[in-house]
Write a protein that binds this ligand. Structure first.
Ligand SMILES: Cc1cc2nc3c(=O)[nH]c(=O)nc-3n(C[C@H](O)[C@H](O)[C@H](O)COP(=O)(O)OP(=O)(O)OC[C@H]3O[C@@H](n4cnc5c(N)ncnc54)[C@H](O)[C@@H]3O)c2cc1C
Length: 381
């Protein structure tokens, strides 16, 4: 295994940091924190101008795509800075599916706009009664002439109140095996029959419930085959399982180190012992992420390695946030809006934020199931 991290990667990191210093202004950072919405149209357009939306894709203007380790470094820097990139990340996941199985017309309609940073797509898989067992979705799509009628409800549709489309997983065949009766659609969110309601999470992120009632969807918005949604969905879910979480841990460690220096506790053995413990976990998390990048760069799908990376990164983040909160003491629980909060409330935010990371993109239990079955070849539990 050779992580081909050469000077082009180092140079790119420097470019991204310079970009962030200019574009991620304190005002934008404040707006993202207060709203809980990780998207800003201007910021995304600026990313697109640099070729950093769909960064690994061939560019229509002939420019070179970034290599896999450059893409990894770009995502790492943006995530560490908490840049407002969540909506464009979900859009990239769906764009990958459309590129793989979408019709020529759908590809022509969506993909160039995606690369220009002009289109956003929320993920519509989860429902009130259906989360981990996503193949059990009940939202129905019924054929009627050259279109479909959709009825149902989606839960935790993050950014669904601001995105152009929802990537909608529906049931098109009510009988037979559940995995064989699913179809995916790209559905505009600003049309009759759709209502979006806010859900505010403990971590401060805003997400949504989306109600769909007699929504008319033309067949040209179907992604992939009728009843063939499961295979297409796997493309998106594997991307999700490989998302990096080590940048969040790195940010937390930097905050606690800064607190230790500012509070004069940096020389205490307890401080160095705990920081060293989590620095080691950070290193392992980074290596696991680089391993998934290496596999993808070598044409292999990180079926179990992505889940290993997600599981380790997120569970380390939760444990580190708890351990370092205990180290700092009750003051660590002061939030960003409290002027007396240590290091601008970053420790308190990390503690709340960490909890959701072991739930979305597949819970820890589901990641363990995938590792056991796909990685170790164990029977289904
Ligand atoms: C902040 C946030 C943002 C989200 N954003 C989106 C989004 O944009 N789009 C979207 O579609 N979804 C989104 N989700 C939903 C997320 O993907 C689901 O919450 C997740 O898949 C778990 O589903 P659930 O909440 O229904 O829990 P359940 O599936 O009901 O699970 C409940 C518990 O049972 C465990 N469990 C379930 N099945 C098994 C099993 N087979 N083996 C062992 N244990 C099991 C789970 O691990 C969990 O601990 C988001 C969630 C959060 C918290």
């Amino acid at each position: 295994m050779d992580f081909d991290v050469d000077e082009s990667v180092t140079a790119l990191r420097a470019q991204v940091r310079a970009f962030l210093a200019q574009e991620l202004t304190p005002e934008l950072d404040e707006e993202v924190y207060r709203s809980g919405v990780s998207h800003d149209a201007t910021f995304v357009r600026r990313l697109a101008e640099r070729g950093w939306v769909g960064p690994g894709w061939e560019r229509p203007d002939g420019g070179s795509p970034l290599g896999p380790y450059e893409v990894h470094a770009l995502v790492d820097e943006l995530t560490k800075a908490e840049a407002p990139t969540y909506a464009i990340t979900t859009t990239q996941m769906v764009a990958n599916v459309i590129r793989a199985v979408g019709s020529a017309a759908l590809r022509a309609e969506i993909l160039p706009r995606f690369l220009r940073g002009e289109v956003t797509i929320a993920l519509g898989m989860t429902e009130p009664e259906v989360g981990s067992d996503v193949a059990g979705v009940r939202t129905r799509a019924r054929p009627e002439g050259d279109h479909w009628i959709v009825d149902g409800q989606k839960m935790f549709t993050t950014n669904g109140h601001i995105t152009d489309y929802i990537f909608l997983l529906t049931r098109t065949r009510p009988d037979g095996p559940k995995h064989a009766g699913l179809t995916l659609f790209l559905v505009r969110l600003d049309q009759p029959g759709i209502e979006v309601q806010a859900v505010h999470t403990l971590s401060g992120e805003r997400t949504n419930i989306v109600y769909l009632s007699d929504v008319v969807v033309e067949d040209r918005w179907r992604i992939g085959d009728v009843d063939g949604g499961w295979r297409a969905l796997m493309i998106a879910l594997q991307d999700e399982h490989s998302a990096p979480f080590s940048p969040h841990l790195a940010r937390l460690l930097e905050a606690v180190e800064q607190w230790a220096r500012e509070s004069g506790r940096i020389e205490q053995p307890e401080v160095s012992e705990r920081l060293a413990r989590w620095a080691t976990a950070l290193e392992v998390a980074r290596l696991l992420e680089l391993r998934t990048t290496w596999l993808a760069a070598n044409g292999r799908v990180p079926v179990a390695e992505g889940p290993m990376s997600k599981l380790f990164g997120t569970e380390s983040l939760v444990r580190a946030a708890e351990d370092l909160t205990e180290l700092v003491g009750p003051d660590a629980l002061r939030g960003r809006l409290d002027p007396s909060a240590p290091v601008g409330g970053r420790i308190e935010h990390a503690l709340r934020f960490s909890l959701g990371t072991t739930i979305y993109a597949g819970t820890s239990e589901i990641q363990r199931n995938i590792i056991a079955q796909q990685g170790l070849g164990l029977p289904r539990g």
